[in-house]
Ligand binder design. Structure first.
Ligand code: S3P
Length: 441
């Protein structure tokens, strides 16, 4: 699909977003590990969450879906069946890494595979630590497909030092740790999103977290083996702050815009972009209004702003790891030099987001330069326009569409169908705010 975006009227209005992607993955999976019926409202139904739902069926776990309300008949840690077929994780690394941990916890055999894109994402980071715990898991030279076989019980409680902060890896290890013989300790070089810890605690797991003083590792998670089964989950999922990011930046760069986004997750491990935009002089308010299943949520209000450049590095990078494509667009509309460092991980996302973002922004007349662990964008307060490619990356596609909302000439985004991976409602929601986006197959 090709989308043609033209700058036009101010964007105005109030929107609600589907449930957070990270929370949806966890809620679907953890409900299947619980014993009894879980009910989750506002689940994200998109390309990345379908494989997780279909995997439940393959493991013998029943579920039903009416609108965005999901009911899962959890079978506990001992009730999963080994599937007869390869589990297709689609293009979702979260599905693959979380399922590896869940299969370790439930002691089922199977093969996890996915698209060519997913086969390029590093998997040793989850395979190696699981092997140390006694899980019989193999990768294909560090990549998918992953092969799991039943292993001896119990698994070994271990200390893991993660070289890269990763909530996906941490979650896979926490799941395996639930059935270990002793507590498991996970150390991270930065604090990654903590949805797993919050959700599993609400289901009865004993997980402690806290800072580590001095040294390379700054955050620790301690998991005790479960003494009883996980309780079912009842939760309404807040909207996805990573999806909200595209509307926030749209409101900031299109003159005279004013946008309100209701019921968005505001977990502080996810709100790094909002902090960065505030430092860039964005007129933006994020107000916490409630707590859903241990997750803070609220309202974001944003108005057109004259943005300044910014510097992003260190722990902030992890708190906004999915938001760099859209930060790149905000930086192009800002004035001055924006510098991103310590963000090497961006090279291992749905695309090499350092290389692809800079390459595509340059096609739009933006001065964007790659560095080994980040990028440099010299913002001139405007974007020229042109034709760009999405490279199979949903967040790059959405960011480039946002770039066209205030550009001098139209922006044409090829391969834009990939937005359906995380937010199929993206284009209709943008149009509901007044954006001029024309898409054709
Ligand atoms: C996610 C964690 C992050 C993020 C991804 C979702 C999660 O990945 O980029 O979109 O749900 O745990 P890493 O764990 O690889 O940093």
């Amino acid at each position: 699909m090709k989308c043609i975006v033209r700058s036009g009227k101010p964007l105005r209005g109030r929107i609600h977003l589907p449930g957070d992607k990270s929370l949806s993955h966890r809620a679907i999976l953890f409900s299947a590990l619980a014993e009894g019926e879980s009910e989750i409202e506002n689940v994200l139904l998109a390309g990345v969450t379908r494989p997780m739902l279909e995997a439940l069926t393959a493991f013998g776990v029943g579920w039903s879906l009416v609108d965005r309300r999901l009911t899962v008949n959890g079978r506990g840690l001992e009730g999963w069946q080994s599937p007869g077929t390869v589990i297709d994780c689609g293009n979702s690394a979260t599905t693959m890494r979380l399922l590896a941990g869940a299969m370790a916890a439930t002691n089922v055999s199977g093969i996890l595979d996915g698209t060519a894109g997913l086969r390029r994402r590093p998997m040793d980071r989850i395979v190696r630590p699981l092997q140390r715990m006694g899980v019989d898991i193999r990768s294909t030279e560090g990549f998918a497909p992953l092969f799991l076989s039943r292993s001896e019980r119990p698994l070994r409680g271990m200390e893991h030092e993660l070289s890269v902060a990763s909530a996906q890896v941490k979650t896979g290890l926490i799941l395996a740790a639930l059935v270990a013989d002793s507590p498991t300790h996970i150390y991270e070089p930065a604090r990654s999103r903590d949805h797993t810890e919050r959700m599993l605690r609400s289901m009865g797991a004993e997980i402690e977290t806290g800072p580590v003083e001095g040294g390379r590792y700054v955050y620790q998670t301690r998991v005790r083996p479960l003494s009883s089964s996980l309780k079912p989950l009842r939760m309404r999922l807040p909207g996805d702050v990573s999806s909200a990011a595209f509307f926030v930046v749209s409101g900031l760069v299109v003159p005279d815009s004013e946008i309100e986004i209701e019921n968005v997750g505001l977990n502080p491990t996810r709100t790094g972009l909002l902090d960065t935009l505030l430092e860039m002089q964005a007129i933006l308010e994020a107000e916490e209004t409630s707590v859903e299943g241990g997750e803070p949520c609220g309202r974001i209000r944003v108005r057109f702003s004259s943005l300044n450049a910014s510097k992003v590095s260190g722990e902030r990078v992890v708190r906004m790891i999915d938001e760099f494509p859209v930060l790149g667009v905000a930086a192009a509309y800002a004035r001055g030099e924006t510098l991103v460092a310590d963000a090497q991980e961006l090279r291992y996302k749905e695309s090499d987001r350092i290389a692809r973002l800079c390459q595509e922004l340059r096609k739009l007349g933006v001065e964007a330069t790659e560095t080994q662990d980040g990028f440099r964008i010299v913002g001139k307060g405007r974007v020229e326009g042109g034709t760009v490619e999405a490279h199979g990356d949903h967040r790059l596609a959405m960011a480039l569409i946002v770039a066209g909302l205030a550009s001098k000439e139209p922006v044409v985004v090829n391969g834009a169908e990939v937005v359906g991976e995380s937010l199929p409602e993206f284009i209709p929601l943008l149009r509901s705010l007044g954006a001029e986006v024309l898409c054709e197959d």
